[in-house]
Design a protein around this ligand. Structure first.
Ligand code: ING
Length: 311
């Protein structure tokens, strides 16, 4: 019996700073209901899916910053999302800003959770690659202060047995780094779920702007093919608080081919029936790590600055 997960990639259009959690949760629930109508088992939401992408602003008041974070998950405002998903027997992944406490001190993460059909949180991932900068950089058209507002991951890249397969998660900038997919690929990942909030314009490299959708697709297709796994990439898109964000939501097969994609930059669901057994065609041949991968022959990786390369 083929192991098929029907996935809904639930792209969101812009979320305004003034949009309440309740209003956003209504949009997420509308996605769940459409996904159910389309026969989905699992719905993937974007990064920071409950609020606007607040790292675009320099803020100093911690209470203002923390207004974008969730102190509990589910909390009163997100419980309706969990209830609806459980009612519809749908699993989902959700990106949000997590405020927690560790060793008596606040800890803040750019987080994604995996929730099963019974509404149980079965996986949590905290973002490793925090792009942007830590200090206010007024020269930029907008800020990208993830290094300021979030702590670096204490989970690393993990996988979970769920939905009759092996699923992993990453977030946004993580998708640009090949290690992200490989670390999960080495754990047997058959499907990687990721959300992103990606501005079209990257202030340090404006000459890349015209390639932003190409780079988005390139890295996810490569990650899928090179690890023989499905990749589901979901955008928060459109003109959000005067910052155009890319769309490009898509579901990518282990072949590296995109099999479903959104067309616009608003709330839009892309659906595909993903046969997890299709991974084997790559994991047992071209990317059979045990047979073909040769880490012992890759040579010394000199990570230290200025270290002399081997003779
Ligand atoms: N956003 C962007 C991303 O990696 C970025 C940041 C944009 C990096 C363009 C490089 C180029 O898609 C987040 N939230 O990581």
């Amino acid at each position: 019996m083929a192991r098929v997960i029907t996935v809904g990639a639930a792209q969101l259009g812009p979320i305004a700073r003034s949009d309440s959690r309740a209003r956003v949760v209504e949009r997420l629930i509308a996605h769940l209901r459409e996904a159910k109508r389309m026969g989905c088992d699992l719905v993937v939401f974007p990064e920071l899916a409950l609020t606007t992408f607040f790292p675009r602003w320099y803020m100093t008041d911690q209470a203002e910053i923390d207004s974008f974070f969730e102190r509990e998950m589910p909390g009163p405002e997100t419980q309706p999302l969990f209830d609806e998903a459980r009612l519809l027997r749908l699993g989902f992944s959700l990106g949000y800003a997590e405020l927690t406490e560790q060793d008596g001190r606040p800890a803040r993460f750019n987080t994604s959770i995996l929730v099963d059909r019974d509404g149980r949180i079965i996986g949590k991932y905290r973002k490793v690659h925090l792009p942007g900068h830590r200090e206010h950089e007024p020269w930029r058209r907008f800020q990208h202060l993830e290094k300021r507002y979030f702590d670096v991951s204490d989970t690393g890249f993990r996988v979970w047995r769920a939905f009759d397969g092996i699923l992993g998660m990453c977030i946004c900038n993580d998708r640009r780094w090949p290690e992200t997919y490989r670390v999960m690929g080495l754990q047997g990942a058959e499907m990687i779920l990721l959300g992103y909030n990606t501005p079209v314009h990257n202030p340090p490299a404006p000459d890349h702007d015209n390639l932003s959708l190409f780079h988005n697709q390139l890295v996810m297709q490569a990650g899928a093919y090179q690890n023989g796994c499905w990749v589901v990439g979901v955008a928060k898109a459109g003109d959000e608080e005067n910052v155009p964000m890319i769309g490009g939501t898509q579901i990518i097969a282990p072949s590296g081919m995109t099999v479903a994609a959104t067309r616009g930059d608003g709330d839009e669901l892309a659906v595909a029936a993903c046969d997890l057994d299709a991974c084997a065609s790559y994991k047992t041949t071209t990317f059979n790590f045990a047979v073909h991968r040769m880490p012992q022959h890759y040579g010394l990786i000199t990570e230290r600055k200025g270290a002399e390369p081997p003779p």
